[in-house]
Design a protein around this ligand. Structure first.
Ligand code: PAF
Length: 284
C-alpha cells in the first residue's frame, strides 16, 4: 500500500489505475471502516482510502483539535484489507486558503443530524466534493450507519452530475447490537454496557411497525422516553421514509418495507447515532 500525501503524487499514481473505488474517512478506524474498504474492493481493481480530519464539519462546540489522530494503527488495519493507496492530504493543501466556497446541501441537511449539528453537512459535502475531484473515483463507498450523510452525498452526486456510483455498505455491529463507531472508544465500561439500548430501542420500534403499528409519533415518543429513563439525553428518535428520509404519511400509507428508524442520543458525554430498516435488507 502506498501512503500518498500530495494531490500531485496521487494524480501520478492513479494515471493507469483503471477502475477506482474510494472510501473517504477521518481516520481512527475500526472494523466498520475496514468493511467499507472490503466492499470497495468488490467494485474495482484499485482501492483508494483517505484519512482527513475535516475542520469544516466540526461545530464550534465540537472539539476538532481533540479528534483522535491514530495514523499508525489506521495504516496497520488498512494494510489487512488490500487498499492500494492511502491518501492523507495535509490541511494546508486541502484548505490553502479559507474555504469560502461551500456546497449548499438541500433542506434535509437541516433536519435530524443537521438540526443538532448546524453546518455539518455543508462541511461534509464540501470536503467530499473536493476529495472526489482529487481522487476521481468510479465508485465511492459510504456506510449506512451515517444514513443521512449517505443520502445527502448521493443527492449531491446526482445533482452535480458526478460520474460516480455511490455504494451503501451495511452497518457493522458488536454482538450486542451496538453499531461500531470511533466514538465508542470514549465510553466508560458502564456506558459501554448501556450503549446497545439505542439499538434495542430502534429495533423495538421497527418490530412494532413491522407488526402493523402506524402511530409513528407515539412510537418515537415511546423510544425517546425509554432512552431518557435510562439516563440518555435524546436528540431524536425518528421514523422516516428510507428513500428521501421524509416524514412518513401519518395515515400509514407508506409500506413498512420502505421505512427506517433513526436515533441520536448521548450517554455520559458520548453522542451515538444509529438507524435500522424496519424490514432488514441488503444495500440501499
Ligand atoms: O463519515 C465520515 O467519516 C466523514 O463525514 C467523511 C465522509 C469522511 C467526510 O469527512
Amino acid at each position: 500500500m502506498d501512503v500518498i500525501e500530495s494531490a500531485e503524487d496521487l494524480r501520478k499514481r492513479l494515471r493507469d489505475a483503471g477502475r477506482v473505488a474510494f472510501v473517504p474517512t477521518m481516520g481512527n478506524l475500526h472494523e466498520g471502516h475496514l468493511s467499507l474498504m472490503r466492499v470497495a474492493r468488490q467494485h474495482a481493481d484499485f482501492v483508494v482510502a483517505s484519512i482527513f480530519v475535516n475542520r469544516l464539519q466540526f461545530g464550534p462546540n465540537e472539539d476538532f483539535d481533540r479528534y483522535p489522530r491514530t495514523i499508525d494503527a489506521d495504516c496497520a488495519g488498512i494494510r489487512k484489507v488490500g487498499v492500494d493507496v492511502l491518501f492523507v492530504p495535509h490541511e494546508q493543501d486541502m484548505y490553502p486558503q479559507p474555504q469560502v466556497y461551500r456546497v449548499q446541501p438541500p433542506p434535509l441537511a437541516e433536519e435530524l443530524e443537521g438540526a443538532f449539528r448546524p453546518g455539518f453537512f455543508d462541511g461534509v459535502c464540501t470536503v467530499v466534493l473536493k476529495l472526489f475531484n482529487l481522487v476521481r473515483p468510479d465508485v465511492a463507498v459510504f456506510g449506512k450507519k451515517d444514513r443521512q450523510q449517505l443520502k445527502i452525498v448521493r443527492g449531491m452526486v446526482q445533482q452535480f452530475n458526478l460520474p460516480i456510483q455511490i455504494v451503501a455498505s451495511e452497518t457493522v455491529r458488536a454482538d450486542d447490537g451496538l453499531a461500531l463507531a470511533s466514538r465508542n472508544n470514549y465510553l466508560t465500561p458502564t456506558e459501554r454496557a448501556e450503549a446497545p439500548r439505542l439499538y434495542r430501542t430502534l429495533r423495538k420500534i421497527c418490530d412494532a411497525i413491522a407488526g402493523g403499528r402506524t402511530d409513528y409519533a407515539n412510537l418515537e415518543a415511546e423510544g425517546r422516553a425509554e432512552l431518557a429513563r435510562s439516563g440518555w439525553k435524546v436528540d431524536y428518535v425518528a421514523v422516516r421514509h428510507g428513500l428521501a428520509l421524509r416524514i412518513p404519511h401519518p395515515e400509514g400509507y407508506d409500506h413498512p418495507n420502505l421505512l427506517i428508524v433513526l436515533g441520536a442520543a448521548t450517554i455520559g458525554s458520548t453522542r451515538l447515532i444509529d438507524n435500522l430498516d424496519v424490514i432488514p435488507k441488503e444495500g440501499d
